[in-house]
Design a protein around this ligand. Structure first.
Ligand code: SDX
Length: 396
């Protein structure tokens, strides 16, 4: 996958080959997450994703990603208690969100409100472990509250305060839907958060590391990453997958849709990945979670369309190494959980804050500001000329 490399362009001084999108180019060393794209394997700090998704919780996974080891039971209780204590968001942030247009995309609301936290916690002491710990706790605790708050505010309601008697995922679903979730639904949502928490140097995590490398505050780091995640080629795809399935409408129309997409070079949303040449291991687990949800709460008719797309794509896109990625089945789980479609990507962000903060902390541990080079392709040296002597600027 990727652009034609027969036209490799070498940097004149270093001789390094220019790679569009930095495909295959290591830009850092990291001990957080390991991906085997050929075998379809993913591990968090050495622990296989399948085991984490089966046995862990999102907060335990967050602790592992950020501090490198699974917490003791007491360490986990302390972390959970700290996160619970910081779930509430200042009325100033809530009042600010009430000024946002209700028609705005929730990812823009999240990016704005995440950045605003830097105004309230303005002390920049990134070399102080307590400051780092406090920032991690605040962001992990407050991002879900802000996502749920915008949902109620845009409906013209006051946000719901977090409930201290509910665990992390159950509390988010409660604040979002105004109903205490079924325990199975809360557990499945928590497992979705585990699956989305970290994925090495994806675009939004790369944004986080670049922003972190300037030694700015962690709230700006997360706001930068949220803006990057919002794009349809990255975290925004989960929302577009559902629209695509509805456009196809019936399993029998999957083959024709794929033929048309290939003929018109249209990207099939939820398919393909820069790293994986097989089905994304997260898609495998998310598909099983979708089936678990359907068995208990009733099936989503778009699931048969999704399975037909995957089946028909196997012979058409499979030979190019293009298979379902993390976004292909996630929306079907989220819709069954009662999460509005345009909140699918903010939910992705709730989870990925764990990975972004792990990379923020790792970057600070061995920092050098990112400042790559370029291969200049612009105009040669030329002199300024008076307006009346100029030809029309055709590029306008
Ligand atoms: C995420 O990086 C991460 O880890 C991201 C992520 C994470 O956890 O952070 O995994 C989350 O972003 C998942 C990806 C979600 N995006 C989508 O589902 C959007 C659809 N996917 C594509 O846009 C694409 O597959 C990307 C962006 C995911 C990867 O693109 P690449 O590696 O840059 O590949 P490319 O666009 O250069 O395509 C290479 C070839 C092209 O064909 P040719 O021109 O060589 O003939 O593969 C084709 C592409 O047309 N191709 C697809 C396709 N993806 C690639 N063709 C049809 N449908 C697709 N989805």
């Amino acid at each position: 996958m990727g652009q034609d490399r027969s036209a490799d362009i070498h940097h004149e001084r270093s001789g390094i080959v220019f790679r569009p999108g930095l495909e295959g180019v290591p830009v850092t060393q990291s001990a957080i997450c390991d991906i085997d794209g050929l075998q379809g394997r993913l591990a968090y700090r050495g622990y296989p994703l399948e085991e984490m998704a089966a046995h862990s919780t999102f907060l335990e996974t967050t602790y592992l990603l950020i501090w490198g080891e699974l917490p003791s039971p007491q360490e986990l209780r302390d972390f959970e208690a700290e996160v619970q204590m910081h779930r509430r968001v200042s009325f100033r942030v809530r009042d600010m969100m009430k000024c946002f247009p209700a028609t705005g995309h929730p990812m823009d609301a999240l990016q704005s409100s995440a950045a605003s936290l830097g105004l309230f916690y303005s002390r920049r002491a990134i070399d102080d472990p307590q400051y780092v710990y406090d920032a991690v706790v605040r962001l992990i605790a407050k991002i879900p509250t802000m996502v749920a708050a915008f949902q109620l505010i845009r409906k013209g309601q006051d946000p719901i305060q977090p409930r201290d008697d509910l665990a992390y995922s159950a509390n988010f679903l409660y604040m979002l839907t105004e109903r205490e979730p079924d325990p199975l639904a809360a557990r499945i949502f928590d497992r979705c958060l585990i699956l989305h928490a970290e994925h090495s140097l994806n675009a939004s995590t790369f944004s986080a590391r670049v922003t972190a490398s300037t030694l700015t505050d962690p709230y700006a780091v997360v706001a930068s990453a949220v803006g990057t995640l919002a794009g349809p080629l990255h975290g925004g795809a989960n929302e577009d997958v559902l629209a695509m399935l509805e456009e196809i409408g019936h399993p029998d129309r999957a083959a024709a849709f794929l033929e048309e997409a290939m003929a018109t070079k249209r990207k099939v949303m939820g398919f393909g990945h820069r790293e994986y040449r097989v089905k994304d291991p997260r898609a495998v687990i998310l598909q099983s979670l979708a089936e678990e949800m359907f068995a208990r709460f009733g099936k989503d008719e778009m699931y048969d369309v999704a399975r037909a797309v995957e089946h028909e794509a196997a012979t058409r896109l499979g030979p190019k190494g293009i298979y379902p990625n993390v976004d292909f089945y996630s929306g079907l789980v989220y819709r069954k959980l009662g999460i509005p479609r345009d909140l699918f990507t903010p939910v992705f962000a709730i989870s990925r804050v764990a990975g972004w903060l792990a990379h923020w902390r790792e970057q600070l541990g061995a920092n050098r500001i990112f400042r790559p080079s370029q291969i200049y392709t612009g105009a040669k040296a030329r002199s300024w000329i008076h307006g009346e002597d100029r030809a029309p600027a055709t590029g306008a």
